[in-house]
Design a protein. Structure first.
Lengths: 614, 782
């Protein structure tokens, strides 16, 4: 029933189709028909069932992972030393709780993280074929028994491995590879025993040697034989804070995909951590998800903390956004929002955390103690409207404003509505406004508050709400207005004035095929004739290219200079847009983008709405 | 303004009565007026915000309320209303009369003392988490004196009003709703100094013997309110009113060591909240609004019309837009003036005057003790009062000085000539009184001696007389003026200019405030202040018919005072009786210009030698335009005196710049922030008063016998505007309308003055008016 190639081609074909659909959706203006001013709550998709055989990772996976509790110094969690939380008893306890409390909402994976083959002093155990062997103290009944229990609950079982041949498995090179005539561990690594992975804890596998794939095959067969449905492959590079040839594990990942396919069991392959975005195509080709950032855990007295490192995701996610889709997702790491005291976060921070994960369409796996969820945590983890944002066919959201402390993210959904999130990343409460013109329309829209399950009625041109420190709102906005009319100005136009190092460069993704780049160390781009009829504050849309998040000073005429950081577009060939407020006078204005003493994004064009804000 | 210092008398009365039937009033006034209607609100006087305050950033974001004695900063957070409350008398420290080894004063929180917090009130409404409400807005209505918070939660509109009532002497938090909502939660009253108490009150004391206490009561409709442990818990209430009171046993009486031993603050606070709770929230509100408006409505200001776009912005966005776009926002600029007046009404009535922060603290240890700084700050605080129709609020300063005088006199007599004090009188003689740079409410000084501080305080007190023509006030302050003159009689030394010339009197060795050498004789600051003091004293003695011989003697001394010259080196008016620049060119203080403002010895009207005016102008120019809060305000006032509207306006605008990250400017709540170190901003209230003073000084200059209309009207306000109820020296209240930069009508009402010239644009006419009557003038030349 499951062909070996099942997990490869169909998934990629599906992804291409969806991308086309999304592109079509974006090209569509506001829906022509105006309906009632309330948006219906979207239904939550049905939980995937094994017998329907869906495409792998058609949606971001949902579940639980052991690592947050293992890695925490929260009192009582790891009484027998670091990472000692990981035991059969604890995993089954969490699996039972997941089945009872969260399964009805779509959570299905119970993922065992690092250490299942390591004893309490973190010493690893291996079988006679150099494969990880369950630690008999942690898992006295072995890994299959655990998977069986999980399956018995109607859930799926996940497991973990580091990439490469762990040094302790090498055994002087004499350890035979399972079912691989004559191959030993010496035949699968490089002669110089070069090391790999994020911790340099393994010898790099040499896939030019015929025995090597067989080792990975043997590992995959073992996991499949135990019945696992999910593998987190960790320490993968380029990424995991490593770069260079020794840490290029693309071949490992490809081998794992092949090995998994060969088992006939559809094992989800998730990659960790801080994967190199330059290899996004590889990760998409060979896996179902990739961690875009470092661990969310703080390795402190709580599971996580806002600064370490939930808030990093706001800057680190946008570059990845366009890479997420059916078959492979941007993994923001564990969603630890279920118990305020253990999480180490305020209520506002927990909601914001869940909001970003949902709109980014990250896998939703909590690392909380599911036996101790508090009421607010249950509300966050079981909000069907928010889960639907993550699980629906809508695209992931990305920022439509610069990365200011108050920022707005949005995605246009296939049904013409928008998913809009407001964020206040400041340390104090603040009002945050979503301008509908930043979404591409003007006039009225119906707004539904997804967290509070409340229709907020009709709003005209904007919606503003007060957000707590580190707070958020999540809306579905159903437009009933008209498409925004704008006047475009190309950066490369000859009527503009370039200063400093600034120069025109080719850019195939840019409108007109060109952009203005080299905006660094005093480089300036000045649009000399931005004409509007009426004075006021205009939300201009800036199309730009920036392989990393970069600041730029924006000013109109002799007005004050405002510094904005534009989110990363992921590489230097992708154009994204943000809306920036500038105050223009009636008639002709200059509009200047100045790098100041820094390195600014490349500018493709600006689009100026025909009327000012409000 | 003629209220006797009343707090102590009242507190004694209150403590003696105790029983609820004989309700103590907090002031000696009659029972409060309790109107049955509420006056309409006016959007021009409303500041508003779209987000609540962070409880850790209350100084920048909390909205202030005060009843002239009690002050509070509030978060207005739907889920957790937090109030940090203090009382103007909540001071540690004491007389502090053991000098340090350098003959100066200790300046710590135990010896000199510090203003500190009284209480922390929280009302938790767990269901009303900010993340679960929509349409949030909070409004500070400057005219009504009420902070209103509103939001929608599950379809119900909830409204919360916060006020600090002077007549009922309580802070009131009223929770209401429309749409069938209910309130459930807890009320917690805590001290901030480790006190233990009950759910409804606590008491505490400091090592200096000060006792204090606070109490809370809650009442409502529907639901239940009960005591649970250390909280008051309420459940299912359709409406809820929380009242808080508190205070100390401070008494402004040196003979009683500044205490009223008969007063039990906790018991009195409980009496007050119970008394207030017998009135409906509506009654408390209307009573408060009537009381507040009686002061607020005495003065009006219109500087022009703002655009619809500007009006649509919340106050913080509006400040940011003002700075970003550079477009004048005349309604915002007028509202900034009214905000200063709001703070004055809220902070300066019947108790101690407003110090560096007024009664608005966000912690127990305010910077510089939240004290009284006598080398600019307390004077600046009160420049605005008479100018903007708040003469009654000035009395707190007068009463304070009077209550300190015996102690200041004794300290001066016994400590000033300490041989270790570098500022001691080289004559060896001592008389009268002076102060330190910092003063506390216990007769004590802090930091360094400030010999000329007495003259500056006296000159401020005398200006209040010039505005109000109140003989009662003059009689009260006369001993202060005379004592200050006596001090200077012993302190002036003779000086013969090198190369001969007339022998003059100069101030002994001193420090031009916070600037330059510590041992300069004849500093301009002292020469100017003493020159004005002596003149004021002579006027006072003549007016009161007292001490004619001594007044003549003081007049003779005045005639011999050295007056500052212009340096041939710098072209500036000299600061240190030296041609050299001995300090920082752009120093914050304008001490050598004290004769330009607030004094008016230096006038650009031809009566002052042109060279002196030019020297003052050059010095002011050199000091620069880019300072912070009070320094900008003082500069603006000086430029207004020099009739330079552009510079004066720019400096006002500089103080309206939004303060972010601790930078100089206005915080979201409009408190002025001084960036004392990179990224560290401190609230100093003086600019919130000095800047409004500058705005009025740009529109109306006055000295006894002369009014000048629109002396420094900037283009931004020129189109049309009006001023009503502005005080003018000489004993007048002035209404002024203008259009196209020119007065169209001025109404001059006498509060005691009888004759003045009225000038505009080089023309002048003389007006005679009887006390209580008004003269209207029109037809001003362009």
């Amino acid at each position: 029933m499951r062909s070996p190639s099942y997990s490869v081609l169909p998934a990629r074909g599906l992804r291409a189709a969806v991308v086309l659909a999304l592109a079509a959706g974006l090209g569509t203006a506001v829906p022509a028909t105006a309906h009632a001013d309330t948006a219906p709550a979207p239904a939550v998709p049905a939980t995937a069932h094994a017998d329907t055989a869906p495409a792998p990772a058609a949606r971001p996976f949902m579940g639980w992972s052991s690592w947050s509790m293992q890695s925490s110094k929260y009192p009582g969690l790891n009484p027998d030393g670091d990472y000692s939380y990981l035991t059969e008893a604890n995993v089954l306890k969490q699996a039972d709780a997941l089945a009872k409390k969260l399964k009805p909402y779509g959570y299905e994976y119970v993922n065992i993280d690092s250490g299942w083959w390591r004893d309490r002093s973190w010493k690893p155990g291996f079988d006679a074929n150099g494969r990880q062997r369950p630690d008999p103290v942690r898992f006295p009944h072995g890994m299959k028994a655990v998977a069986d229990h999980i399956h018995g609950l109607g859930l799926k079982a996940g497991i973990y491995l580091p990439v490469g041949l762990e040094k302790e498995a090498y055994g002087d090179g004499k350890v035979p590879v399972r079912d691989a005539d004559g191959c030993t561990t010496a035949d699968i690594v490089h002669g110089d025993l070069r090391t790999t992975n994020g911790w340099d804890s393994a010898y790099k596998l040499d896939f030019s040697r015929p025995c090597t794939q067989k080792y990975v095959d043997s590992q995959a067969r073992l996991l499949a034989s135990w019945g696992y449905d999910f593998l987190k492959l960790d320490g993968v590079g380029p990424g995991s804070f490593k770069s260079g040839d020794n840490y290029d594990n693309v071949a490992d990942v490809a081998a794992w995909q092949k090995a998994i396919a060969a088992t006939g069991r559809p094992i989800h392959l998730e990659l960790s951590w801080s994967l190199d975005i330059g290899h996004a195509a590889d990760w998409k080709k060979y896996s179902h998800g990739w961690r875009v950032d470092t661990d969310v855990e703080c390795y402190c007295n709580t599971l996580v903390s806002w600064e370490n490192s939930v808030d990093d995701r706001f800057a680190d996610t946008p570059g990845w956004t366009r890479h997420a889709g059916p078959g492979g997702w941007n993994d923001l790491d564990s969603l630890d929002v279920g118990n305020g005291a253990m999480d180490g976060l305020t209520k506002a921070e927990r909601q914001t955390y869940a909001t970003l994960w949902a709109i980014a369409k990250s896998p939703l796996y909590t690392g909380d103690d599911l036996t101790r969820l508090d009421d607010y945590g249950v509300k966050l983890l079981t909000n069907r409207e928010v889960i639907a944002v993550d699980q629906s066919a809508s695209p992931p959201a990305r920022p439509v404003t610069p990365s200011d402390p108050q920022q707005v993210w949005a995605a246009k959904n296939p049904d013409g509505t928008y998913t809009v999130a407001l964020f206040n990343l400041a340390d104090a409460p603040a009002a945050v406004t979503a301008d509908f013109s930043a979404l591409g329309f003007t006039g009225k829209a119906a707004v539904r508050d997804l967290w509070n399950h409340e229709n907020l009625g009709s709003h005209r041109n904007t919606i503003t709400e007060a957000l707590p420190a580190h707070g958020s709102r999540l809306f579905t906005v159903t437009p009933h207005g008209s498409a925004l009319t704008t006047t475009g100005y190309e950066a490369e136009a000859g009527t503009n004035t370039l200063g400093g190092n600034a120069s025109v460069a080719d850019c195939s993704a840019c409108s007109g095929g060109k952009k203005v780049g080299n905006l660094y160390l005093g480089g300036t781009l000045r649009f000399d004739h931005v004409v509007v009829d009426r004075p006021g504050t205009y939300l201009i849309e800036v199309a730009y290219v920036s392989g990393d998040a970069r600041p730029v000073n924006v000013s109109a005429g002799a007005g004050a200079v405002t510094r904005h950081t534009f989110p990363s577009t992921g590489d230097w060939g992708t154009v994204e847009k943000v809306a920036v407020p500038v105050t223009l006078k009636a008639g002709s204005n200059t509009l200047t983008f100045d790098s100041g003493p820094d390195y600014a994004p490349d500018i493709d064009r600006v689009d100026v709405p025909s009327s000012p804000r409000q | 303004m003629e209220h006797p210092p009343s707090r102590r008398g009242f507190l004694a009365l209150a403590a003696a009565t105790g029983a609820l039937t004989a309700l103590p009033a907090f002031t000696a006034t009659a029972a409060p007026r309790r109107p049955t209607a509420l006056p309409a609100a006016d959007a021009r006087h409303q500041l508003w915000w779209r987000a609540p305050a962070d409880e850790h950033s209350l100084i920048q974001q909390g909205l202030p309320v005060g009843n002239g004695r009690l002050g509070a900063l509030a978060t207005n957070d739907p889920g957790r209303e937090l109030l940090l409350v203090t009382d103007a008398t909540m001071w540690t420290g004491g007389l502090n009369d053991t000098l340090d080894s350098d003959g100066q004063f200790p300046y710590g929180r135990d010896d000199f003392g510090s203003l500190t917090l009284l209480a922390r009130l929280t009302v938790d409404l767990p269901d009303h988490d900010l993340a679960a409400v929509t349409g949030y807005r909070r409004t500070l209505d400057l005219a009504q004196g009420v902070v209103t918070t509103s939001y929608v939660h599950s379809g119900t509109t909830y409204r919360r009003q916060l006020l600090a009532s002077h007549p009922d002497d309580v802070i009131v938090l009223r929770f209401s709703q429309s749409g069938g909502g209910r309130y459930s939660g807890t009320i917690t009253l805590d001290g901030t100094h480790g006190e233990s108490g009950t759910a409804d009150s606590f008491a505490g004391g400091f090592p200096n013997g000060l006792r204090y206490g606070a109490a809370v009561a809650a009442y409502g409709s529907g639901g239940s309110i009960r005591t649970t442990g250390s909280h008051l818990a309420f459940s299912g209430c359709r409406e809820l009113t929380v009242v808080l009171s508190g205070g100390t046993d401070y008494a402004p009486d040196p003979a009683a060591h500044y205490r009223d031993p008969a007063l039990d603050p906790r018991a009195l606070a409980r009496t007050k909240v119970r008394a207030a709770a017998r009135h409906s929230a509506d009654t408390l509100l209307r009573t408060h609004v009537a009381d507040h408006r009686a002061l607020f409505d005495r003065f009006g200001l219109t500087l022009g019309t703002s655009s619809a776009g500007q009006r649509s912005l919340d106050t913080w966005e509006r400040l940011r837009a003002r700075a970003r776009d550079g477009e004048p926002d005349p309604e915002l600029e007028a509202a900034y003036v009214q905000f200063g007046r709001y703070l004055m009404i809220a902070g300066s009535r019947d108790s101690l005057p407003i110090g560096l922060q007024g009664p608005w603290l966000d912690g127990n240890d305010p910077d510089w003790m939240g004290d009284y700084h006598t080398d600019i700050n307390i004077q600046m605080n009160y420049w605005m009062a008479d100018r903007t129709g708040l003469s009654p609020c000035f009395d707190a300063l007068t009463d304070y000085c009077l209550a300190q005088l015996p102690s200041w006199t004794e300290l001066t007599r016994t400590r000033f000539n300490d041989p270790r004090n570098r500022y001691r009188n080289s004559s060896g003689r001592i008389a009268g009184w002076t102060v330190a740079i910092s003063t506390n409410p216990y007769g004590g000084g802090g930091w360094w001696w400030h010999p000329a501080g007495n003259a500056w305080l006296c000159n401020s007190l005398f200006e209040h007389y010039e505005y109000t023509a109140s003989r009662t006030h003059l009689e009260k302050i006369y001993p202060l003026l005379k004592g200050a003159c006596e001090f200077w009689e012993t302190r002036l030394v003779t000086h013969t200019p090198p190369g001969g010339g007339r022998e003059v009197l100069i101030a002994d060795s001193d420090w031009s405030p916070e600037h330059g050498p510590l041992d300069a004789r004849g500093i301009t600051y002292a020469q100017e202040l003493v020159w004005a003091l002596f003149g004021n004293y002579r006027t006072a003695a003549a007016e009161l018919g007292r001490d004619a011989d001594y007044a003549r003697a003081v007049g003779a001394l005045r005639d011999r005072l050295h007056l500052p010259a212009v340096s041939p080196e710098t072209g500036w008016l000299e600061e240190w009786m030296s041609p050299d620049n001995l300090g920082e060119t752009t120093h914050r203080h304008l001490s050598p210009l004290v004769g330009l403002f607030p004094g008016d010895r230096i006038r650009p009207d031809g009566s002052t030698p042109a060279g002196i005016v030019a020297g003052a102008t050059a010095l002011l120019t050199a000091r620069g335009m880019n300072s912070f809060g009070w320094a900008n305000a003082w500069r603006a006032l000086c430029w207004a005196r020099l009739k330079n509207p552009d510079k004066a306006y720019q400096l006002v605008v500089n103080n309206l710049r939004p303060s972010t990250g601790g930078g100089n400017g206005s915080a979201p709540n409009l408190f002025d922030i001084y960036e004392v170190a990179q990224g560290r901003g401190i609230f100093q209230i003086d600019a919130n008063f000095g800047t409004p003073a500058a705005v009025t000084e740009m529109l109306l200059y006055s000295r006894p016998g002369h009014l000048e209309l629109l002396p420094a009207l900037p283009d931004a306000w020129a189109a049309a505007g009006s001023l009503t109820g502005a005080g003018a020296r000489g004993g007048f209240l002035v209404d002024l309308d203008w259009r196209d930069g020119r007065p169209t009508e001025v109404r001059i009402r006498s509060v005691g003055g009888t004759m003045t010239s009225v000038g505009h644009a080089g023309t002048s006419r003389t007006v005679r008016v009887r006390p209580g009557e008004t003269v209207t003038l029109r037809d001003f030349a362009r």
